[in-house]
Design a protein around this ligand. Structure first.
Ligand SMILES: NC(=O)c1ccc[n+]([C@@H]2O[C@H](COP(=O)([O-])OP(=O)(O)OC[C@H]3O[C@@H](n4cnc5c(N)ncnc54)[C@H](O)[C@@H]3O)[C@@H](O)[C@H]2O)c1
Length: 339
């Protein structure tokens, strides 16, 4: 099989490229690197069967040769990124999704859309089931992302109904893990980076709003199961363990051994108050279940982030996060030496 992964140089996409290669398929990664990075693909470049196409999916996507599946992940994804690039976000979600659907249609390939829990907006139904239509402010700051993804779902279903395109829609809930950049504003990597660097941890609002965090390996396993299934979706993919942001900050302090204080800042506009997926569909139709708990995932992410910060900055680290003689504890209890 030969698969196209758009957005493959990003956090989730790079893990997906890796797993698709591991199952024996060739991968063409298409990315314009607006938030992604070639560093995320370093271990794949040069591996037989992997190729990279530098392209904005908002222009027609031409991939020579056969294609069996298109995984469409290209999109600005973090609030910081989509607030900085609102037009690009809307264009990637609309024109970009259409171009990728056209590619799948031309190649008679399967198409998987990486949609999001943000289609539910600030939900009035809890936990969120796939048949809930959502509660989105169509003109708010976040709407450039939420509405772009809602449009993406709509046009994906239109291609399915009009052309018989074989499609899958995954509604992805908050996912975290290695390669989630600390600077892009997503809460797990932001808090971990602040704790590792001995800075105050920023919590927006009073910290009682909830989220549900899925470790990247679990998320990617579900995306692959969905792609291989005969389920059109949409299907919620996320970890249903719900936690307040204040509790998350406490867990981050625990896994880093940091004594940083928590500081509170005003809640951004339209920030969802509660977020938890109902994953009954994924459980029953895909036989999928997340297996990595938050503490385990935080340890693994912390180890990666500590190495990243060590390479990119000389800033001081939290002494309590260290093991003896400048080494750092890993999730497995092993140590590696910082420099
Ligand atoms: N990580 C999460 O928690 C989460 C949650 C819900 C949905 N998603 C979805 O999963 C996908 C991947 O998200 P991520 O967390 O890996 O974000 P990311 O920013 O790390 O990756 C997105 C990738 O898309 C690329 N990209 C953006 N616009 C593009 C364009 N016009 N043309 C080509 N490439 C483009 C970026 O350069 C980047 O490599 C996105 O579609 C996002 O909406 C992610």
């Amino acid at each position: 099989m030969r698969c196209v992964v758009t957005g493959g140089a990003g956090f989730l996409g790079s893990h997906l490229c890796e797993r698709v290669m591991d199952r024996g398929d060739d991968v063409v990664c298409v990315d314009n690197l607006i938030t992604g990075s070639m560093e995320n693909l370093g271990h794949l470049l040069g591996r037989p069967g992997f190729s990279f196409l530098s392209q904005d999916v908002s222009t027609p996507v031409d991939v020579p040769g056969p294609v069996d599946s298109v995984f469409h992940l290209a999109s600005l994804a973090s609030p910081r990124a989509y607030l900085r690039y609102p037009i690009e976000t809307l264009t990637a979600g609309s024109l970009g999704t259409r171009n990728c659907l056209e590619l799948a249609k031309a190649k008679r390939a399967r198409f998987l859309l990486a949609s999001t829990s943000e289609v539910y907006g600030n939900p009035q139904v809890h936990p969120q089931t796939e048949n809930y239509w959502g509660h989105v402010n169509p003109i708010g700051f976040r709407s450039v992302y939420d509405e772009a993804k809602r449009f993406s779902e709509s046009i994906t279903m239109a291609y399915h109904r009009t052309f018989g395109l074989d499609v899958r829609i995954a509604r992805i809930f908050n996912t975290y893990g290695p390669r989630l950049r600390p600077g892009d504003g997503r809460v797990v990597s932001s808090l971990l980076a602040q704790a590792l660097e001995g800075q105050p941890l920023t919590v927006y609002g009073d910290g009682t709003q909830t989220r549900s965090f899925c470790y990247v390996d679990d998320e990617v396993r579900a995306l692959l199961a969905l792609e291989r299934s005969s389920v059109t979706g949409p299907v919620n993919i996320g970890n249903p363990a719900e936690i307040t942001l204040l509790d998350l900050a406490d867990q981050v302090l625990a896994v880093t051994g940091s004594s940083s204080p928590i500081v509170f800042k005003p809640l951004p506009q339209d920030d969802p108050v509660r977020r938890r997926p109902d994953i009954t569909l994924a459980r029953t139709l895909l036989q999928w279940e997340p297996t990595v708990d938050l503490a385990g995932g935080l340890y693994r992410t912390r180890d990666w982030l500590a190495r990243e910060l060590g390479h990119s900055s000389r800033s001081s680290r939290t002494p309590a996060a260290r093991g003896p003689a400048g080494s750092w504890r890993t999730a497995e209890g092993a140590t590696w030496t910082s420099h």
